[in-house]
Design a protein around this ligand. Structure first.
Ligand SMILES: Cc1cc2nc3c(=O)[nH]c(=O)nc-3n(C[C@H](O)[C@H](O)[C@H](O)COP(=O)(O)OP(=O)(O)OC[C@H]3O[C@@H](n4cnc5c(N)ncnc54)[C@H](O)[C@@H]3O)c2cc1C
Length: 374
């Protein structure tokens, strides 16, 4: 079996793995990098969305599918409408985004091995990745494989479908982040909808619960939502699905450094990971520049503990859960909401969020975890 030596080996060429390799090249930190990734970037089916400051958005970026400075959170009693002058909610096509980085990396001498890592081991200072086709030796290994999720863990699970519509519709100016008006019988459920153009819409059915639903269930919610709005569809353009842990993951392997969602970059209360991964890689690169190859924490312990507390209140108080989302959103302006979602909340924003939480269930859950985590 072929055996090759590298300075840095990256397992998984998703957002985290490719972003790390790109920055290592851009900052001249290594020119001997391998990425082990079984799937071509262009095959990855997902819309990745997050908030971004207006001045940081590159409008020539061909992976951007939509930009909104207005969004809504809706329940059967109220609708919270945010606008922002500073931030936009940006939707990117994952395949185009990743393919652009892969092309850059290949043009800059990074090897992408289309294979799977099967085992990782260590022999003195030499770290070894066994793949199906060859063995890789490396000084540093970064592992970005997705974390394993326990059956019993609280999770966000979803199916999203992008449709071409039968005829053009008057396009909403806003993104629907959460619409809770549909079924709540099988877990806390909301519809997420992005009007991509007059003839194209992306609709996702998301459930927050411990148990996954059958895939037909999410599809029924999506078609029901479209029907209620009189939107007739011509064809399905793409389909995506996912499961994201809303509990802390166990990082077990001591040989590799974990990055990305597998390295704790997912916000536990929201499931958003995109901007955290970008920030995690920025922080890691700063470490590497000073000779430290460890991955820094991307979220503060305060944010992690507040998110865990929030999730406990949600799961233990189903009758309050929808109100908690809408009340939190109502307490904040569009700019503040964006900063909260981006983990950039200051004391004033946290104060507004905490002040609007239902006091008794929060205090009850807080007393349960106090002394264990804080
Ligand atoms: C469908 C979907 C939509 C999402 N939408 C959003 C969103 O809108 N906003 C947001 O913030 N977050 C979103 N997320 C969360 C998402 O997890 C992150 O944004 C991001 O994809 C995580 O990047 P990553 O590099 O950590 O992991 P991944 O993108 O999962 O990359 C890990 C890579 O490891 C590879 N791999 C697996 N096993 C092996 C192996 N044995 N050897 C080598 N390689 C292997 C996989 O093929 C994969 O490419 C979404 C997730 C999914 C699944």
């Amino acid at each position: 079996m072929v055996s090759m030596n590298y300075d840095v080996a990256i397992i998984g060429g998703g957002n985290a793995g490719l972003s790390l390799a790109k920055q290592l090249i851009e900052k001249n930190l290594s020119n001997n990098i391998i990425i082990i990734e079984p799937i071509e970037a262009i095959e990855k089916k997902a819309n990745w969305c997050s908030w971004q400051e207006n001045r940081a958005i590159d409008l020539s970026d061909d992976s951007i599918k939509g930009l909104w400075d207005e969004w809504r959170i809706i329940d059967s009693q109220s609708s919270v409408h945010h606008t922002s002058s500073k931030y936009k909610y940006v939707c990117r096509d994952a395949a185009t985004y990743l393919n652009n980085i892969e092309t850059y990396l290949q043009n800059n001498g990074v090897r992408i091995l289309r294979d799977k890592a099967v085992n990782v081991s260590k022999n003195n200072n030499n770290k070894i990745i066994l793949c199906n086709s060859e063995t890789i030796h490396a000084c540093h290994i970064y592992d970005s494989r997705a974390p394993e999720i326990d059956d019993t863990a609280l999770k966000q699970h979803f199916v999203g479908i992008e449709y071409e519509l039968e005829k053009d519709v008057l396009i909403d100016k806003y993104a629907t982040l959460m619409d809770f008006t549909g079924s709540q019988d099988d877990g806390l459920h909301f519809i997420y909808a992005l009007p991509l153009s007059a003839s194209r819409v992306f609709v996702e059915s998301t459930v927050i619960s411990k148990q996954l639903n059958a895939s037909a269930w999410y599809e029924d919610q999506i078609t029901g939502w479209l029907e209620r709005r009189g939107m007739k569809t011509n064809q399905i353009l793409s389909r995506e699905s996912g499961v994201i842990a809303q509990e802390q993951i166990r990082i077990t392997n001591q040989i590799t450094h974990r990055i990305g969602a597998g390295g704790g970059a997912t916000r536990l209360a929201t499931g958003y990971a995109f901007h955290n991964i970008i920030r995690q890689i920025d922080l890691l690169i700063k470490n590497i520049e000073s000779g430290d190859y460890d991955v820094p924490l991307v979220m503060s312990k305060f944010t992690i503990n507040m998110d865990l507390l929030f999730n406990k209140v949600l799961i233990n108080n189903p009758s309050l859960s929808i109100g908690i989302f809408t009340q939190t959103a109502k307490a904040l302006t569009g700019d503040q909401f964006s900063e909260f979602m981006l983990n950039q909340a200051n004391i004033n924003i946290w104060y507004k969020v905490i002040k609007n939480m239902p006091k008794s269930p929060f205090l009850k859950e807080l007393t349960k975890v106090i002394g264990v985590r804080w």
